[in-house]
Design a protein around this ligand. Structure first.
Ligand SMILES: *Cc1c(COP(=O)(O)O)cnc(C)c1O
Length: 408
């Protein structure tokens, strides 16, 4: 964990709002999974949609990371940063034919989650290797928007359609080298992981899929956003998934690779958003702390009702009071926390929003035409500005430059 005094220094050096990422922790979490999971032929694919910061991606590359990508631009960004195509998996979702061609040209392996996409892929590229994404029929995930399995989801091919998958693959001579599932984000209990693993493995018989090289159990490994959350017994998890997979491989007759694709687990706890309070209000007793950031920088509380821990960096010993901590965006839902007890907040105080490394900056926008914060990456006692906030003037100029309106 980065100490609060350091966060204050970073804020002084770089201004606010400011994202700070703890690169040492990211590497520790990434490598830690290899120690945790008791199976030697393991590949951990970082799901880069959680945070595509190029500093983080480069740092992970130095440590031989693999990537899970979900869009053509993610694939191109990874390749441009020097990731080899065989270290990247492309999990396509409702892509156009054009996008399919674009990604196929890179040589990256496709993970296909719809019968119609598989048919198209086979027609265009007969004889290719593919990975198939099945819907493991387990509902899990901390919020309905991030539950990516079960009958109501758009993701994956139904397990009952397994024979259709095999027919299509035969027709086009596709070699199915991987099977995949991703159950959801922030899965609450390890039992749900085991259940979806077992469901997928029950499909993966040698007679049906003779060419398998790996099975990918997706992401969704849980991160605690509050100190009160149920702690997952990761040791037990690592031992159990190893056991399950070993047993499967014995039946299959070959030691396959096991993949996991965590995003949140790798980066969430590494991130801090530091913001400054500029306006205090007392609305008939309801205290509102207005800050220089907003849901355009960190949307999880508004979108998912997520809890993010907040600390008052510059008045940690103040008398506790209850606040709504809000942003500067013109919508009433623009709050990071409602009715949160915090040490007294004064105008000018710096707050830090914690566990802000995953799905925070990467879900950001320019809404209200407010630019995204500066991001710094801290590792090996280095402090590197990876992206720089652009000024209000520059942002306006950029909009003009990237538009064509002269003839209007
Ligand atoms: C989002 C996603 C992940 C990562 O999910 P986390 O909850 O961040 O671990 C992994 N695989 C796929 C296919 C995804 O879409």
């Amino acid at each position: 964990m980065i100490e609060n005094s350091k966060l204050i220094t970073y804020a002084k050096n770089h201004g606010t709002p400011l994202y700070v990422y703890d690169g040492d922790l990211i590497i520790q979490k990434y490598k830690g999974l290899y120690e945790l999971i008791d199976y030697p032929k393991l590949k951990v694919l970082y799901a880069m949609k959680a945070n595509y910061n190029v500093g983080i991606l480069k740092l992970l590359k130095k440590h031989n990371a693999y990537l899970d990508t979900v869009s053509p631009a993610e694939v191109f960004l990874a390749l441009k940063l020097g990731y080899e195509n065989e270290k990247i998996l492309f999990t396509s979702n409702n892509i156009t034919d054009e996008e399919m061609h674009e990604v196929q040209a890179t040589g990256v392996l496709f993970n296909i989650g719809a019968l119609s996409s598989l048919e198209k892929y086979g027609k265009y590229y007969p004889g290719s290797n593919v990975c198939i994404r099945f819907n493991p029929d387990v509902y899990a995930g901390e919020n309905k928007y991030v539950q990516t399995a079960g009958a109501l989801t758009k993701f994956g091919i139904l397990m009952s359609d397994v024979d259709k998958v095999i027919d299509i693959a035969k027709n086009y001579n596709l070699k199915i080298i991987g099977l995949h599932e991703h159950t959801g984000s922030g899965i609450g209990t390890t039992e749900q992981v085991f259940e979806s693993m077992n469901n997928l493995l029950s499909l993966a018989a040698k007679e049906k899929f003779p060419d398998l090289q790996f099975i990918d159990f997706g992401g969704g490994l849980k991160v605690n956003y509050t100190p009160l959350a149920r702690v997952i017994d990761w040791k037990y998890f690592g031992k159990k998934v190893g056991e399950l997979f070993r047993e499967f491989c014995k039946d299959y007759g070959k030691e396959l690779y096991m993949y996991f694709e965590p995003g949140k687990y790798i980066v969430a706890e590494s991130g801090y958003l530091i913001i400054e309070v500029n306006t205090l209000k007392n609305n008939r007793g309801r205290l509102i702390a207005g800050t220089n950031s907003g849901f355009n920088h960190l949307i999880r509380p508004l979108l998912y009702g997520s809890y993010h821990h907040i600390e008052n960096l510059t008045n940690p010993n103040g008398v506790k009071k209850v606040y709504d901590v809000c942003g500067n965006i013109c919508e009433s839902g623009d709050c990071f926390a409602e009715q949160r007890e915090l040490p007294e907040i004064r105008e000018g105080d710096l707050l830090t929003i914690k566990t802000a490394g995953a799905y925070c900056y990467s879900m950001g926008s320019l809404y209200n035409l407010r630019s995204m914060p500066t991001e710094i990456l801290v590792f090996d006692d280095k402090e590197i500005v990876v992206t720089q906030k652009i000024s209000n003037q520059k942002l306006a100029e950029q909009i003009i430059k990237s538009s064509n309106f002269e003839s209007i």
